[in-house]
Write a protein that binds this ligand. Structure first.
Ligand code: MN
Length: 292
């Protein structure tokens, strides 16, 4: 199944648009991955000015293809991220952070992915991790960087709460790659640059190919320079509610988190940054948010 991303305007100072693949009407999660946003490439290097905002019940995984972004959070973390590095923020019971792209010679091109926490871990203490020493595998036809979870014997060594993987595939021109898959995982392959033939299906730039459990191999061919992000995991067996920046198992938890954030409750901590201010949570919809 091919998923076409939709354009979503973020509530940021610069009103940037992202291409959002999931959640999608036809696909809620891929393993525990519950959110895939693709930003750029754009020459607007000051394009990501996301003021202080909260998260609960999830991990954010930020991966840059080009550019430079500074992350700050309520744990006191101040971390610049560059291509080839990953920031993993485990929100657990509550955290707040901001993201500010840095002006430089390069474009800004990035993905931000969310991982849903299983309910038994949703109330854990928040945690921030940065990895600059990720495994890079030279495969026949592509360079693969393991930026989340595990791929074969290689591990991104991030703290995870379900079995999953995140890979960047940087293809050689005219690549023919056979990539081993775990049959107990489902996967999504997002073409962030160029296009590819994948198991006989054409996947255009910005499209995501969803691969159900049971596959043991992806056969990928490319004819132009191309890059893809592969995410996968054991199908997430729990129903979740996703609203704004929150993942929870009930509407009650969402409502509570929203009220606490807008009251600037200590649950989400605080910190100083160069952006200033904070993003208030919007009004809740009038319909009930059902776990799905
Ligand atoms: Mn965020």
């Amino acid at each position: 199944m091919i998923i076409e991303p939709r354009l979503v305007k973020l509530s940021t100072r610069t009103g940037v648009e992202v291409k959002r693949s999931i959640p999608h009407a036809k696909l809620k999660t891929i393993g525990a991955w519950c959110f895939i946003d693709h930003f750029g490439p754009t020459e607007q290097t000051d394009g990501m000015v996301v003021a202080k905002h909260p998260h609960i019940g999830l991990q954010t995984v930020t991966w840059l293809i080009e550019g430079k972004v500074e992350h700050r959070d309520s744990l006191g973390s101040v971390q610049e991220i560059l291509p080839g590095q990953v920031n993993i923020m485990t929100a657990g019971k509550g955290i707040s952070h901001s993201e500010l792209s840095q002006i430089g010679p390069e474009n800004l091109h990035a993905v931000q992915l969310w991982v849903a926490l299983p309910q038994q871990f949703s109330g854990i203490q928040p945690l921030f991790e940065h990895r600059a020493d990720l495994p890079v595998l030279q495969l026949d036809g592509a360079k693969a960087t393991v930026f989340a979870g595990d791929f074969g014997d290689s591990s991104a060594k991030m703290t995870i709460f379900s079995e999953l993987v995140g890979l960047e595939l940087d293809f050689e021109d005219n690549a023919r790659l056979s990539l081993p898959l775990r049959p107990d995982f489902e996967y999504g392959l997002l073409m962030v640059d160029g296009s590819a033939q994948v198991n006989g299906q054409h996947v255009a730039e910005n499209e995501l190919l969803y691969i159900e459990v049971g596959e043991s191999e992806l056969n990928i061919t490319t004819t132009t320079p191309a890059k893809a992000i592969l995410v996968g995991g054991v199908p997430f067996g729990e129903k979740i509610v996703m609203w704004w920046n929150f993942v929870a198992s009930s509407q009650k938890e969402i409502t509570e988190a929203r009220e606490q954030w807008n009251a600037r409750d200590a649950r989400f901590g605080d910190f100083e940054d160069q952006i200033g201010g904070w993003i208030p949570a919007p009004e809740l919809p009038h319909v009930n948010l059902q776990p799905r």
